[in-house]
Design a protein around this ligand. Sequence first.
Ligand SMILES: [Zn+2]
Length: 164
Amino acid sequence: MIDLNDPVVRGYLIQLLGEEGITMIENMPEGEVTDEEIAEATGVLLNIVRRNLFIMNENKLAVCRRERDSSSGWLTYLWQLDMDDIDTQLTKEKKKLVKNLQARLDFEEDNVFYVCPEGCIRILFNNAADCHFLCPVCGEDLTFQENTEMVDTLKERLTALQES
Ligand SMILES: [Zn+2]
């Protein structure tokens, strides 16, 4: 079983399903169950249970089996958590995050930024020059923005992520 207290696992699941997703997973009955049984056992609303099951299935965290009742002909959907693959999912998420952070870092390092002192905009040097260094929104003089602090923050986040 996965450790729901692991901050990385928890963060991933909250991002994917929200806090109620955690409640649902923590209180989910063992074995194969229907969405209605899950709603009843976890106290999470049925439509949210269904939405979460769908998302979990998409992300390979839950499996679904259809069973046809031989007498009525009704189809029943039986659900079961399947978290064995979560490490693969987390690795994928991490890679995506690292890529995005790296792209943002490169952008910050490769460019020079100007900002409006009133907080209207933050634009690239070329665009600021096109506007004669006047804010296109309020007309204030644009000022050069030192972004080393932001670069450092991005670098720290990137290192922390790569070491986790
Ligand atoms: Zn402005």
